[in-house]
Design a protein around this ligand. Structure first.
Ligand code: PLP
Length: 401
């Protein structure tokens, strides 16, 4: 399978530890060659020599938009609809805060009770800034149809569930929300670079995602925001700053938003972090999301089949078997999941644990091979048969799981 794998040559672009099987690219993607090239260029040429001139000469000021344009095809957006800045929780704050003003007569926000906690924290807080009472309802996403009514202003869902790997049907959900007169915002943390996305075709209003997961932009890499063209110059940035002003260097005391996505830039772009993300995005010129998706499904199909064949009945496969509902990870449920993940890490299979009982394994086609899937299952079988997971050392949990 590796021999016929068109993406196999891309592996050499990444720095990976020999013998280690990295199934955690959904948490922190590995570093690729062009990251170092771009970061060194910024340090040694643009910063060291160009100094302050580089804000314009090296395109630093424009970087949030130019790198956004480079990322746009990965989500099916137009070049002028994406901005790279902040981190995801801040991006959600800006978009939710702005969206609430677009539906002033409505006062409910719906989000998923299974959503990532940070989304829920920030949405609850931003709702308090709206200038009118807003009720944030954390619902069972399967009951969306019953929860929608003429009072719902906005729905915010994460498109691929970070825990289970279930992928939601973006098109039908967005349509259902629009039919109820509400706005739709998607969190793409586990979608971008993992599954094909078509924000245009699905008529998505707003979206945001991480730069450091499947995009491999580096620890704490900037996030991205998508605002559909029709909402630009209509939606207001609730966290305005000088760089979102129409004329930042006029130092006016009154705020007037810049046109387009620039209005959602608040402050000075983090140029070294952006250079790292920029270098990481180069890999996407060598493949397509459709090739990546085909291989991703082949990798996860193989992993699931091997686990069921070699460890029958040991795990509950929580991730949907149906391709249309599967992201690029496999979640296995077992009461001893924490110890299992720790024992796997000791055997060179890097995955992670998600409370309360999930082993979460990410499959990233850019650098994973099929042989590694067989090897990972061999090591998992060893962990289960030897009961290595029951080691007393694993009874105390690390702060970062
Ligand atoms: C990783 C993740 C986040 C966290 O984003 P930050 O960049 O740390 O703010 C938010 N939402 C989801 C669904 C995530 O998976």
């Amino acid at each position: 399978m590796d021999v016929s794998d068109k993406l196999a040559p891309l592996r050499s672009e990444f720095s990976l530890n020999p013998g280690e099987i990295y199934l955690d690219g959904n948490s922190l993607g590995p570093v690729s060659k062009n990251v170092g090239v771009r970061v060194n260029e910024v340090i040694n040429d643009q910063w060291a020599k160009g100094l302050v001139r580089s804000w314009s000469a090296a395109g630093w000021m424009a970087a949030p938009l130019t790198i956004g344009a480079k990322l746009a095809p990965l989500i099916g957006a137009k070049a002028n609809e994406v901005l790279v800045a902040d981190t995801l929780t801040f991006a959600i704050a800006k978009l939710v805060g702005g969206a609430l003003k677009l539906r002033p007569e409505r006062n409910i926000v719906l989000t998923d009770v299974a959503n990532f906690h940070s989304d829920i924290y920030i949405i609850n807080e931003v709702a308090k800034w709206a200038g009118r009472p807003i009720e944030v309802r954390t619902i069972n996403r399967n009951n969306l149809a019953e929860e929608l009514n003429e009072n719902v202003a906005l729905v915010e869902f994460t498109q691929v569930d970070y825990r289970t790997g279930e992928m939601l049907d973006m098109k039908s959900i967005t349509k259902m929300v629009h039919d109820a007169g509400a706005l739709m915002m998607w969190d793409f943390a586990h979608s971008t670079g993992a599954v094909p996305l078509d924000v245009e075709g699905c008529d998505v209003d707003f979206a945001a995602g991480c730069g450091y997961k499947y995009l491999n932009g580096g620890p704490g890499a900037p996030a991205f925001m998508y605002i559909r063209e029709k909402w630009q110059n209509v939606i207001e940035n609730p966290i305005p700053g000088w760089l979102g002003h129409a004329r930042p260097f006029d130092f006016e005391l009154g705020y007037e938003a810049a046109l387009g996505m620039q209005a959602f830039v608040t402050s000075s772009p983090s140029i070294l972090a952006l250079a790292s993300l920029d270098g990481a995005l180069d890999i996407w010129s060598k493949t397509t999301m459709s090739e990546v998706r085909t291989k991703s499904l082949a990798l996860t199909d193989l992993f699931i089949a091997l686990v069921e064949e070699r460890l029958p009945g040991v795990f509950e496969v929580v991730t949907p078997l149906e391709h249309a509902k599967r992201g690029s990870q496999v979640a296995l449920r077992h009461a001893e999941s924490y110890g299992i993940v720790q024992a796997l890490i000791e055997r060179g299979v890097i995955g992670d644990f998600r409370d309360p009982d999930i082993c979460r394994l990410g499959f990233t086609p850019l650098y994973l091979g099929f042989t590694e899937v067989y090897d990972a299952v061999d090591r998992l079988v060893d962990v289960m048969n030897s009961k290595a997971y029951a080691d007393p050392r694993f009874k105390v949990r690390n702060a970062i799981t």
